[in-house]
Design a protein around this ligand. Structure first.
Ligand code: DHB
Ligand code: FE
Length: 281
């Protein structure tokens, strides 16, 4: 059976793609952000996962406001990146793990999640940048299963529902007939608001409490409604739902997790950036 070995979570911001492209990792503005990643890169280098299941939100590249699935699972052999208009270089295609995609799709539908199945799917910065941050040299040596959670257009799924989805994904991975090693990854957050009266809003106290909760009390944030989460974290801060899905998947692999590493830095662009890595204990 496949082995779920750990979980990752990182903020995504298009400007990160530009910083990588221009080699600005050691510039004063960027250094405290990029300094978070080497310990996680080393952990991944030692663990050598084969597959990444990526919880992320598409920002209008594959799904636009006219057709917005609440949950969508990729089932493609290849995922292409494309220009989103941020001016960041397009990355080469990523290989899909089709067999695991269908394992996850069948498990989710079997548990009454009404998902959208995508055999053709473009992936945006939220899917590509974490892979680039974790494997900066060349192409990431993994196959992927992208799982979209709508945090872009209301109504959003509740934190409780997202936690249940993550748990079902963890169960699907555990039941997958394969000798491969899998990591689950969350892309998004932490607190940020890009527009409106509260543009630039950041809530460090909440972010840190949320990160702590993921270590030993992972269901803590499921007490909040999506509107509560918007109030506490900003209109785009609700992307932290991805972190909940990732941690819920890990909860199926054992009663506790070991925190491998974390980083928190304010701000990059308009965003409070967070990074966490967990190992299944
Ligand atoms: C920014 C943050 C995001 O999560 C995103 O998807 C786009 C931009 C930002 O802070 O600039
Ligand atoms: Fe985003």
């Amino acid at each position: 059976m496949a082995q779920l070995i750990g979980g990752l979570a990182t903020s995504h911001i298009p400007a990160i793609g530009n910083a990588i492209h221009k080699g600005l990792q050691n510039a004063p503005y960027w250094a405290p952000f990029f300094a978070g990643y080497p310990p996680v890169q080393q952990w991944l280098g030692a663990q050598k996962p084969d597959v990444v299941v990526m919880f992320y939100n598409d920002h209008g590249l594959n799904f636009f406001l006219d057709k917005m699935p609440t949950f969508a699972v990729g089932a493609a052999a290849q995922y292409n990146n494309a220009d989103e208009g941020w001016g960041i270089p397009t990355l080469p295609p990523f290989k899909g793990e089709v067999d695991l995609s269908w394992q996850i799709i069948n498990t989710l539908v079997g548990q009454d999640f009404d998902i959208v199945t995508c055999q053709d799917m473009l992936v945006d910065h939220a899917c590509t940048l974490p892979l680039k941050l974790f494997w900066p040299e060349g192409e990431a040596p993994v196959t992927i299963v992208p799982i979209n959670i709508n945090t872009v257009q209301f109504p959003l799924p509740s934190a409780k529902r997202v936690y249940a989805l993550g748990k079902a994904v963890g169960e699907a991975i555990a039941a997958w007939d394969s000798s491969k090693k899998v990591v689950v990854c969350a892309s998004g957050g932490l607190s940020h608001q890009l527009d409106g009266e509260r543009a630039g809003f950041i809530n460090k106290a909440f972010d840190l409490q949320f990160m702590d909760s993921l270590v030993s009390n992972p269901e803590w944030a499921t007490q909040f409604s999506t509107l509560d989460l918007v109030e506490k974290t900003g209109t785009q801060g609700v992307e932290l739902l991805m972190w909940l899905a990732m941690r819920a998947a890990l909860s199926t692999a054992g009663p506790s997790v070991k925190e491998v590493h974390r980083n928190y830095h304010i701000p990059i662009s308009n965003t409070a950036t967070g990074l966490m890595a967990f190992e299944v204990a």
